[in-house]
Design a protein around this ligand. Structure first.
Ligand SMILES: CC(C)(COP(=O)(O)OP(=O)(O)OC[C@H]1O[C@@H](n2cnc3c(N)ncnc32)[C@H](O)[C@@H]1OP(=O)(O)O)[C@@H](O)C(=O)NCCC(=O)NCCS
Length: 333
């Protein structure tokens, strides 16, 4: 018989607060057109993107994270010292080690919170949320800060017409804490590593250094293959998350899919047969694709504009490089 005491966590977990940070510089399609043969009309109609934000040298991964997290902590009504763990999802923090999460935990004034980074591309927010829920229910942290943050402008080849217009920078954060009732549903998640080449870095860091490449590594993708996968497979995953939560689309108030392409969003809305009353996040128009930051940024904006309200039931789904995905139903903070 085991001598180990069982850990004591909360019965359930919920998102208690959300915050976002968008870099000051707004970049319209006209700036993108300086380097690629395209048009404002093509970019808008094929992706939905009108403007995106690009970070300045001062708007670092850590600085944007601290700004977004400060807002999330205030929104949750807790003190930074109560945070037991900081999970940062990013693919654009450029030091292999240490994780950027420890500096962020320190700058926020947490009391030596556990802190680590994860790499789950555009599914990073859902992956972080799932970890946070587990920690709270298991009892290793009372409050967990989940941050999605990217400076994808650093990893964009502005001469590649297939990707130059897609990406943006920003940070979104949520505080997850204890709840008396279920407020984060079961996560439907997974990976399809056989498709890992469809979204990738043009050249790995070791080859970049060894082979004397002149172009800094960037994110490249097989746009059509990813588009088809997102449209056909991710609607199924979204439906599975609704089923797992024990609700139907009629019970939903809000749909917050990863902001990769407005046509993917519209197609998912159609396949899922979402009723008219469901508010759909289309933050991509002015934010572009900010990978791990896209869902919390879109969530924050819907709440800030009043399009969604506290207590609403929302379906969130992220998908991207890996390929990986994660979907769950949450109660909005
Ligand atoms: C990138 C994306 C917007 C491109 O849209 P698309 O409709 O698939 O475009 P295609 O690549 O099929 O190209 C269609 C045509 O437009 C052209 N084209 C490509 N980029 C262009 C650009 N920037 N401007 C103008 N024309 C362009 C192509 O050359 C092609 O021309 P052709 O028909 O004469 O051959 C779309 O594929 C996409 O959003 N993919 C998924 C993105 C995603 O989810 N990523 C996940 C990362 S998290």
């Amino acid at each position: 018989m085991s001598k180990i005491k069982p850990s004591k966590g909360a019965p359930y977990a919920r998102i208690l607060g959300v915050g976002g940070y968008r870099p000051t510089r707004v970049v319209p399609n006209e700036v993108i057109l300086e380097k690629i043969d395209s048009s404002d009309e093509w970019i808008r109609s094929r992706s939905g993107i009108e403007t995106r934000h690009w970070a300045s040298p001062e708007e670092t991964v850590a600085a944007m994270s601290v700004e977004a997290s400060g807002k999330a902590i205030a929104d949750a009504g807790i003190d930074a010292q109560q945070i037991g763990a900081v999970v940062v999802s990013t693919v654009s923090h450029f030091a292999q080690t240490p994780a950027i999460a420890t500096a962020i935990a320190d700058q926020l004034g947490t009391d030596k919170a556990a802190a680590f980074d994860i790499s789950a591309g555009c599914a990073g927010f859902g992956y972080g949320l799932t970890l946070a829920k587990g920690m709270i229910v298991e009892g290793s942290a009372e409050y967990v800060l989940v941050i999605g943050v990217e400076r994808l402008s650093d990893l964009t080849d502005l001469e590649d017409r297939a990707t130059a217009f897609l990406f943006g920078d920003g940070a979104g954060a949520v505080v997850v804490g204890p709840s008396k009732e279920p407020a984060i549903g079961p996560t439907v998640w997974g990976s399809e590593g056989d498709k890992s080449e469809t979204i990738k870095q043009t050249v790995s860091w070791d080859r970049f250094a060894a082979e004397g490449h002149t172009k800094f590594p960037a994110i490249t993708q097989e746009g059509q293959a990813v588009f088809r996968w997102a449209v056909f497979e991710m609607a199924k995953v979204a439906q599975q998350a609704l089923d797992a939560a024990g609700i139907t689309s009629d019970d939903l108030d809000v749909f917050i899919p990863h902001q990769a392409n407005v046509r993917i969003i519209d197609s998912m809305v159609k396949t899922l047969k979402l009723p008219e009353h469901v508010t759909v996040a289309r933050d991509i128009r002015t934010t572009g694709n900010t990978s791990a930051a896209s869902i919390p940024l879109a969530m924050e904006r819907l709440l800030a504009t009043g399009e969604a309200k506290s207590g609403d039931t929302a379906l969130v789904i992220g998908f991207g490089a890996g390929l990986v995905y994660a979907a769950t139903v949450v109660t909005l903070p």
